[in-house]
Design a protein around this ligand. Sequence first.
Ligand SMILES: O=C(O)CCC(=O)C(=O)O
Ligand SMILES: [Fe+2]
Length: 361
Amino acid sequence: MGLPRFGPPNPKAVVGGGADGQAKTMANQTISSPNLYVANCGSAVGLSHDAIASVFATFGTVRGVYAADDSGARVIVSYDDDSAAAAALTALHGRACPQLAGRTLHIRYSMLQPSPSNVNSNSSSMQVCLFASETAIPGLYLIPDFVTPHEEQELLAAVDARPWISLAKRRVQHYGYQFCYQTRNVNAKQHLGELPSFLSPVLERITSFPNLNDAADVSLDQLTVNEYPPGVGLSPHIDTHSAFEGLIFSLSLAGPCIMEFRRYEQGAWFLKAGSSIDTESENPENCTNFSRRAIYLPPRSMLLLSGEARLAWHHYIPHHKIDIVNDSVIKRSSRRVSFTLRKVRTGPCQCLFPQYCDSQR
Ligand SMILES: O=C(O)CCC(=O)C(=O)O
Ligand SMILES: [Fe+2]
């Protein structure tokens, strides 16, 4: 299935449909699109994507509902065809919608946008997946809206009230165990204490994470909080096998990003000795022999790396101020804060991916 390609509304598009049900531009040209940009609607105003989809499904087959930006109050509703979008726009724009808490929806067509040639984005040439299943990477899962906007604010306030450690380009905090960027490992003998109580609701919810089998161990004991300013990413890496066992969860807060996954055919693409995941001391673009997928991580979403996704795929956050998601330009917000939750390993890793495993080298 092709992915929806969405963008913010064409500023020239008049809000609302004409008498014939077709929207008109200011120049009175008929425009149409299967994608609608719907404002005053989204998780920040208490409306789930499922609830929105079910209302818009009255007019045709909804392919998906996506956050239009990181406000939580604007979504893209993507239909199979233009006529369904036109019908929904005509029926719902500018009116209070009883099924959506009486909110008045402001709807425009969402127009495809050509990629600007001057945007520094290596994602522009590749499809960016909106769902983990579309990446076809075994063990990769993404749950949107894992926390509410209110919980997001509380989590951000909690970490902002605690001291940050400044790295070259971003700030971090560590809980449970300190992460050492030189060795890319932890000192398992130096326990800093239990994970903080502000994390309890997140840990609680993780225990009922879908896609986990009964045997899954979710006794996580290490938290790294990363704060990325716009344009700062993370070089390609696999979290050191000998440092962490089991599952790795990463909660995105405050802003979106694109995460790229790479499976290097000849084993690990190792960072130069002494370099860290802060710096892109080697240009990963020079390494061509890899499969590559990208996924859009909206704020408040939870990513799970398990199995092959955790053990054999490098993950990478491109160092861009602007990301291209299927022809749409997405500006990184003033910051993205991620909470990465892991379990410190006690014995060597004995995984089935020895070519990526530092315990088996
Ligand atoms: O920011 C993220 O979501 C990922 C962080 C990460 O990969 C790491 O700390 O190892
Ligand atoms: Fe990582």
